[in-house]
Design a protein around this ligand. Structure first.
Ligand code: NAD
Length: 252
């Protein structure tokens, strides 16, 4: 059976791109979507299997999300798995802004991408699945350990936007259950991706690694493996959960 996954934030080499790879390896047909459409197309072209699609989407724009779903479903069929990985962190290298330093425009931009983005994608998904059910429905959001602990070096905008994703995902889990779909949030610790490197340039992360029990950053492939598991039939009864993947540096 052809099962379709749509992944946002799929360009480049981060969690979205690696999740496209893990889902393709698991047999899904993947719509890789990103504001950097050319990058999403490159990721789609490199996936195992065939029939994958690269798309441009701006998750802050409801019409753009609608169009991306239209394109994905016209080409591939109903989206069964939605992975909301598009995200931003606005911070100068090495230091997140303190509360008094956060520009309100940056606060709004962070929430537009990190919180309103998943909201638009999830509501598009749910509306479509009410009309045209798809077996094995899954909604997977990317929150952050910062949602649970607060921003460590400031960054209240990012932490708060990701905390909102947790509440959004739990609420969605109740609604999605009516459609037989699960909804779960992943809360990663520090993952070695372009987003992480914007704040922690290579060589600057030793203090952070010191407090991580395994003395290393998390690799994006490790998050992608969890995405593929949550998308699998084996995870059919996991819903409304926040799954930590932080190397044990933060325990709840
Ligand atoms: N890297 C980490 O340490 C870490 C930790 C916890 C959570 N996360 C979260 O995981 C997710 C993936 O992060 P990553 O580290 O892979 O970052 P990344 O920068 O590699 O990927 C994010 C992608 O989102 C895309 N994007 C940005 N704005 C967009 C928009 N408006 N519409 C569509 N796409 C847009 C970017 O082009 C980029 O390709 C994010 O939501 C991030 O907040 C990351």
């Amino acid at each position: 059976m052809n099962r379709v996954a749509l992944v946002t934030g799929a360009a480049g080499s981060g969690i979205g791109a690696k999740s496209c790879a893990s889902l393709a390896d698991a047999g899904f047909t993947v719509a890789a979507a990103d504001i950097r459409g050319d990058g999403a197309k490159e990721v789609a072209a490199a996936l195992s299997g065939s029939g994958h699609l690269g798309l441009t989407v701006d998750v802050t724009d409801e019409a753009s999300v609608h169009t991306a779903f239209d394109e994905a479903e016209a080409a591939l069929g109903p989206v069964a798995v939605l992975v909301c990985s598009a995200g931003i962190m606005i911070a100068p290298p090495g230091k997140s802004p303190s509360i008094t330093e956060i520009d309100p425009a940056d606060w709004d931009r962070t929430f537009a991408v990190n919180t309103r983005g998943p909201f638009f994608c999830i509501r598009e998904y749910l509306a479509r699945r009410r009309d045209t059910p798809a077996q094995g429905g899954r909604i997977i959001t990317l929150s952050s350990a910062a949602a649970q602990s607060g921003g460590v070096r400031g960054g209240a905008d990012y932490a708060a936007s990701k905390a909102a994703v947790l509440a959004l995902t739990k609420t969605v889990a109740r609604e999605a259950a009516e459609l037989g779909a699960t909804a779960n949030a992943i809360a990663p610790g520090p993952v070695d991706t372009p987003l992480f490197r914007e704040m922690w340039p290579p060589g600057s992360e030793s203090g952070l690694i010191d407090i991580m029990p395994f003395k290393r950053l998390i690799e994006p492939e490790e998050i992608a493996a969890l995405v593929a598991f949550l998308a699998s039939d084996a995870a059919a009864n996991i819903s409304g959960s926040t799954i930590d993947i932080n190397g044990g540096y933060q325990m709840r």
